[in-house]
Design a protein around this ligand. Structure first.
Ligand code: DAH
Length: 331
């Protein structure tokens, strides 16, 4: 073996390797177990030759390593340049969720009443018939007590048919003055159609203090309607009957679309029905230990789906609960 010739040959082979795998082949060819140089090293007997060959092997080793570093660096640079990011390309859109329209309206109403100094209370969706009917002064024969109208869990337990039982709970547990709203789901045995759903949402309001009058009720509802439907709104009352209020009144808001001129939203009357309200019936105070000679108050209950439908022109409340993001995404 001619070390000089071997070294020259090896160096040029190393330089000629254009990839790490080619270089590996070269390394095996010259430095692998069965290659000429290692074989010679194994057989060497004199010190002089041993040192020469060892030094040669070391130089070739280093040359291979240096070439490997070089090739790896080249490969990396090449890969990176192939992978450059075009920062001007539009990204993939990430759809952002948001609150459901009913939740938005719920929070809007809560904010309005927090601003008036009211507390926001949670009610219970499962109620006893005492809270849902009796203490609200509904007589035994009232049709809402029928299992045809309401969803009973057993004889004394019902999915609340309105948020009004919250009135009883709050008056039982606090002395006047009371200023609260309570919002949430209510349940009725209704067949779904464009304006009915067995599950819907209400806001209940209750204010009991000394010297509360109908004017306070009207001013409060006017404030709410203006917040929901615009500052130009007016409110009027029509007499009605609810067992838990006396007098009972149905508030109307002036039509936010035609402002009284007459359109399809207000059915050409200029006014839109908003729910129920009235002065708390003294009989209700009897159930919670309030003295009707000392205090007076008003209460109201409105449907949130109805507010949403009116304000956003939804023709069918079922659309709110079909979870079609093409619809819900618009609000
Ligand atoms: N609870 C009534 C209903 O669901 C609405 C209502 C009417 C609530 C008059 C009230 C009220 O607080 O005073 O139809």
């Amino acid at each position: 073996m001619d070390p000089q010739a071997l070294e020259t040959e090896a160096h040029s082979a190393i330089a000629a390797a254009l990839s790490v795998s080619e270089l590996d082949a070269v390394r095996v060819q010259f430095l692998g177990r069965n290659a000429e140089l290692p074989q010679a090293l194994r057989k060497v007997r004199d010190r002089e030759t041993g040192m020469t060959l060892n030094a040669l092997r070391q130089r070739l080793d280093e040359a291979v390593n240096a070439r490997r570093d070089e090739l790896e660096e080249q490969a990396l640079t090449q890969r990176l340049s192939g992978e450059t990011v075009d920062v001007t390309l539009p990204g993939y859109p990430v759809p952002r969720g948001h609150l459901h329209l009913i939740t938005q309206i719920r929070r809007e109403i809560e904010d309005v009443f927090l601003g008036l100094g009211y507390a926001v209370l949670d009610g219970r969706e499962v109620e006893t018939t005492y809270y849902n009917f009796t203490a609200l002064n509904l007589p035994e024969w009232h049709p809402a007590r029928s299992p045809l109208a309401s969803l009973f869990l057993d004889e004394d337990t019902v999915l609340r048919t309105e948020t009004s039982p919250a009135q009883i709970h709050v008056m039982e547990s606090t002395r006047p003055p009371v200023y609260v709203v309570s919002l949430g789901r209510v349940y009725r045995r209704d067949t779904p159609d464009a304006t009915h759903s067995p599950i819907f949402h209400q806001v209940e309001g209750l204010a009991v203090d000394t010297g509360i009058t109908l004017a306070d009720l009207k001013g409060t509802l006017l404030h709410l309607m203006r917040a929901l439907f615009g500052e130009e709104r007016r409110v009027r009352f029509r007499t009605h009957y609810f067992p838990f209020t006396e007098p009972s009144l149905e508030p109307d808001v002036s039509c936010f679309l035609c402002d009284g001129g007459g359109c399809s939203v207000c059915k050409h009357s200029g006014w839109i029905e908003m729910g129920g309200s009235g002065m708390v019936d003294p009989a209700v105070y009897g159930y919670v230990g309030y003295d009707p000679e000392q205090v007076s108050g008003f209460a109201f209950g409105l449907g949130l789906e109805r507010i949403a439908m009116l304000r956003h022109g939804l023709p069918d409340l079922r659309q709110l609960w079909e979870n079609d993001l093409r619809l819900l995404g618009q609000f």
